[in-house]
Ligand binder design. Structure first.
Ligand SMILES: *Cc1c(COP(=O)(O)O)cnc(C)c1O
Length: 386
């Protein structure tokens, strides 16, 4: 057990030790930790749907009618009507033949990739893809090639060299990157996957509910519906619920029902959660003003911080302010905490070394007034820390 102590000590010295923080309440974009209330910039509840009355009442109704748990996996007796209604809604939302729901985004990525690909195949993955994608590729035992972040030219360079040696090949990317807040060059990736005879999978965890005329994501926004083989996303972020989905052809979904271990060997999502997810999808369709307001606030905040001279990445509701050094990033985050803002310091291994950052996750609770005064506070704190 010596190595465990050594690990903890080293992480502490590097400013990379993480610990859990107990949140005692969470409402309308504010959280209480310890005895104090903070304006929360760490939440993925982008549209504020987790507290929406429609999600809560649908969840309660399902809870009262069907109980707290789903009692079994989908292939046994846990397969409820509400799961099927949600899967039909996902397919409609994403304009694919079929949909399948998973217990979390992590389980979806790990299960889908390991069921569909094997050691004879190649997976071409953006260097900044989420850990669940990396783990799915490892579990599949396919050969992994990582292309430079959002760089189709580099992808093509690797495809030219490697594609012919493998039977099946997949290109995989997030559509909005969780730590950089930028969007993938989807049209170019789709062009490459078509020219090199690959499949493509996208992870719309941070795009679902935020982008696209109907709010279904970047695939819709970029006019790529019908050209993506596997569209994965989550209910746990902008949709305000919990769990994940895959939208794909009926054959792929039928295959996964038979082969995907994270789907087969896990109890089905509870009815209350599933009903809330369904209500989340409906609200996203019916209330586009939520996402429009969110993206307008993000544009304002990003421009304001850049104007103050900070290095800000991306173009979405995720606004990363790059600091670089781990300890300085922690100090920056602590200083903001002292004046009432909860902004997480994101450090390696979540992001590459030397790229530690504050990650502002905007939600509809952050109005212009909050963002304006926060910008001033950040400028003060930032110049002090430098
Ligand atoms: C959050 C996230 C996941 C995991 O989803 P969970 O439902 O939280 O397990 C997967 N991929 C990306 C890109 C994510 O941001």
């Amino acid at each position: 057990m010596e190595e465990i102590g050594a690990f903890l000590k080293k992480r502490e010295e590097e400013g990379c030790l993480r610990s859990l923080k107990e949140v005692s309440s969470r409402r309308n974009g504010r959280i209480c930790i310890g005895a104090r209330e903070y304006i929360d910039f760490s939440s993925n509840d982008y549209l504020g749907l987790s507290g929406h009355p429609a999600l809560i009442s649908k969840a309660k109704e399902a809870l009262d009618r069907l109980g707290a748990g789903s009692s079994a996996s989908r292939l046994l007796s846990g397969d409820l009507e509400v799961h099927h209604r949600l899967e039909e809604a996902v397919a409609g939302f994403k304009k694919t033949e079929a949909g399948l729901i998973f217990n979390s985004g992590y389980q979806a990525n790990v299960g889908i990739l390991s069921a569909l690909y094997c050691k004879d195949d190649a997976i071409f993955s953006d260097r900044l893809n989420h850990a669940s994608i990396v783990d799915g590729i490892l579990l599949s035992r396919a050969r992994m090639f990582r292309f430079h972040h959002n760089d189709p030219d580099h992808l093509e360079f690797i495809l030219k060299k490697e594609r012919a040696r493998f039977k099946k090949a997949l290109v995989i990317t997030e559509t909005v990157f969780s730590m950089d807040g930028d969007r993938s060059p989807l049209a170019r990736l789709v062009d490459l996957k078509e020219r090199y005879g690959c499949q493509i999978m996208v992870d719309e965890a941070h795009a679902t509910g935020v982008y696209g005329p109907e709010g279904s994501g970047v695939v819709e926004e970029d006019g790529m519906s019908g050209r993506i083989d596997l569209i994965m996303g989550t209910f746990s972020k902008a949709l305000g619920g919990f769990g994940a989905y895959l939208a794909a052809s009926k054959d792929i979904i039928d295959y996964l029902v038979n082969r995907c271990r994270s789907f087969i060997y896990s109890t089905a999502l509870p009815p209350s959660v599933t009903a809330a997810n369904l209500a989340g999808l409906e609200i996203v369709r019916e209330e586009p003003e939520r996402r429009l307001r969110l993206l307008a606030a993000a544009r304002y905040f990003r421009d304001a911080l850049r104007h103050k001279g900070f290095e800000i990445r991306g173009s979405s509701q995720i606004v990363p302010l790059i600091v670089g050094d781990n300890h300085r990033t922690l100090e920056f985050s602590d200083a903001l905490q002292k004046i009432g803002y909860w902004v997480p310091a994101i450090r390696p291994p979540t992001v590459p070394r030397g790229e530690a950052r504050l990650r502002f996750s905007l939600t509809i609770y952050h109005d212009m007034e909050i963002l304006k005064s926060l910008t001033e506070e950040i400028a003060n704190v930032g110049f002090q820390a430098a």
